[in-house]
Design a protein around this ligand. Structure first.
Ligand SMILES: [Zn+2]
Length: 611
């Protein structure tokens, strides 16, 4: 039972999702030195450069209050993006990111920002009177119009989802109870606003991108126990996607990918809260078909934001608009949720692959800015947003990406601790009196170590993922070999009574291997362990700074000239020389992890000779 003095509504008991595993709160995990912490620190700096008052500008205007600062540019206020009606989406992402950054770092500056924004939104909600808070330049109009589905502009529910989610995260990660109160009132506004729609009219409205409205309303139900929010979450579930997926039908060709993925995250959340199996079968089938049939080697998907036929990979490889970063962000959310229901290392393998090669790869190591697309076009380059004039969808989801690396390294049930990622970090598991410190330079070294700090003795299983890319994993405890696993794709379980000072060392030998582009066996990508390697192809034709762009729609207009990509022999592995821990050479071309490529041309895929 949660006591919520600020809420007038009767709040029942919270509803626990049915999952086999639990995650650790971000506040129980700390990243130590390594690429993820560096990315988190860059993100933290960017978050602190942004001014909440500028993000709040239109919320105050709509509520009839005087704005405290001018609005930002890009998707927040400028044509042609006004037509998308994304105004305010950034504030939602920003609130989520600051809440998660506070939980991840305990830096009070982020808590202050969360509290400030929530107080402002509360003031706007009180002034607006109906319960709504929004930042569209024409106020509630886009939400009225989309109800009628006759003439409306943009994606208002997509944008609203970010505001709902920001308030949820402010409550979940920083315990700001006003955030939950504002969220409940906003959700009640959504019920009132849609109550007279027939199911048919509601479903017609859902033809337009609406983010994860079903997911966040399911969360409001879980946080309050109020079934009216569950009813609305179900109404926000798009049958045109849910029904075929739950029957195992893949109708995804030509659909907008980042419209579908959040809906499916919501289906999976509804399964956790209701046990209704059609939601889960849809989510599992969707994950399988996207990961197994529709993804590039990095774990990214789509071209020009859309799923294409799996038979058409060769046609789409040359695009400068493949692999939208938001899609990878959302696939990871779905993967994490499926993993907690069914702790299979398949999910964890995909998570690791897409995290390094999609998410870590999406941040400019110099400016901290984010990619929109991650082009597979051979010889192209990554383009990043500007800090104050872009505010793309991927800028927003990008703010969140680097604030929550701690959320999927470790999981637990009553008697086991699962280690999914080899990331330098410390986790506190209070129920067992454990502090576990993982030390590694992975992926620059092929091993990791765990040191256990315990108040007394403690019995539990330490389940260490044996990743699919590792043929033989060995584990020693306190210097004595205890396990050699030659079957990848499972967990090595060390069940014992642990003592303070126990040390575990895990060797994870990596090897070079190739994976073909789906549907084209002679076009291959090279990987070392989970790390996708990219060929460095120089900076010919690139002016410094030209890869930081305002408008994501100009992606593809930079470096139109062809670049010379070497053709490899049929068995490229035979000519690859290892020149460093994660550095290779093929003739004159150096290969490094794709996640380290920035400000230069690259290729991920290589043609090989056909003879
Ligand atoms: Zn995006």
């Amino acid at each position: 039972m949660v006591a919520l003095g600020l809420l007038d509504d009767a709040i029942g008991e919270t509803v626990e999702p049915q999952t086999k595993l639990h995650s650790f709160p971000l506040s129980d995990v700390r990243l130590d030195d390594g690429p993820f912490r560096t990315a988190q620190e860059r993100d933290a700096k960017y978050l602190l450069r942004l001014e909440p008052d500028r993000l709040l500008h239109n919320f105050r205007v709509n509520a009839g209050l005087k704005p405290n600062a001018p609005v930002y540019g890009g998707w927040e206020s400028v044509e042609p993006w006004i037509a998308i009606r994304c105004h305010g989406h950034t504030l939602g992402h920003y609130l989520s990111a600051c809440a998660m950054m506070f939980a991840s770092t305990a830096d009070a500056k982020f808590k202050q920002r969360v509290d400030y924004i929530v107080a402002e939104l509360h003031e706007c909600q009180v002034a607006y009177k109906t319960g709504l808070i929004c930042a569209f330049p024409d106020g509630q109009k886009p939400l009225d119009e989309i109800r009628e589905t006759t003439k409306f502009v943009g994606v208002p529910w997509y944008t609203m989802h970010k505001v709902f989610a920001g308030l949820r995260d402010a409550y979940l990660h920083t315990n700001n109870k006003t955030a939950l109160a504002v969220l409940v009132k906003l959700s009640d506004w959504a019920i009132a606003h849609t109550s007279d729609l027939s199911d048919e009219q509601f479903q017609a409205m859902l033809k337009t991108e609406h983010g994860g409205m079903n997911e966040v309303l399911a969360d409001v139900y879980a946080l309050t126990g109020a079934s009216r929010f569950l009813t609305l979450a179900k109404r926000f579930s798009h049958r045109a996607l849910l029904d075929p997926l739950s029957r195992g039908q893949d109708n995804l060709d030509r659909l907008h990918s980042n419209t579908q993925i959040p809906k499916v995250i919501g289906f999976d959340r509804l399964y956790e809260l209701t046990g209704e199996s059609n939601y889960q079968s849809a989510a599992k089938f969707f994950w399988n078909t996207v990961v197994e049939r529709r993804s590039f080697v990095t774990g990214g998907n789509g071209d020009g934001e859309h799923f294409f036929s799996p038979a058409e990979f060769p046609k789409h490889l040359a695009s400068a608009k493949t692999m939208e970063t938001c899609c990878t962000h959302n696939m990871l959310k779905l993967t994490r949720s499926l993993f907690m229901q069914e702790p299979s290392s398949r999910y964890a393998d995909y998570y690791e692959r897409a995290l390094y090669n999609g998410i870590l790869a999406s941040q400019d190591p110099d400016s901290g800015m984010m990619t929109y697309f991650q082009p597979t076009r051979p010889g192209y380059l990554k383009l990043y947003c500007t800090p104050f004039d872009s505010f793309w969808c991927c800028t927003g989801s990008g703010m969140e990406n680097h604030a929550k690396y701690g959320d999927s390294i470790y999981f637990h049930d009553a008697s086991s601790l699962y280690v999914n990622l080899f990331t330098p970090s410390t986790v506190r598991w209070d129920a067992k009196g454990l502090k576990l410190t993982q030390t590694t330079r992975f992926p620059d070294e092929e091993k990791t170590r765990f040191a256990l700090t315990l108040k007394g003795i403690s019995k539990f299983a330490l389940n260490i993922r044996h990743p699919s890319w590792c043929t033989s994993m060995t584990v020693s405890v306190n210097g004595r070999p205890v396990e050699r696993s030659d079957t990848s794709g499972r967990y090595v379980s060390l069940e014992r009574v642990w003592r303070n000072g126990d040390q575990v060392e895990v060797n994870l030998p990596m090897s070079l291997r190739q994976e073909s582009l789906p549907g084209q066996a002679d076009v291959v990508a090279l990987l070392y362990g989970p790390i996708v390697l990219a060929g460095r192809l120089g900076t010919n034709g690139l002016t410094p700074g030209a890869d930081i762009i305002v408008n994501e729609r100009t992606t593809g207009d930079v470096l139109k000239d062809q670049s010379n990509v070497p053709i490899l022999p049929r068995d490229p592995e035979a000519v690859v020389k290892k020149t460093g821990p994660l550095e290779f050479r093929i003739n004159e071309v150096t290969l490094i992890p794709y996640f380290r490529i920035a400000h230069e041309r690259y290729t991920i895929y290589w043609e090989t000779t056909k003879d």
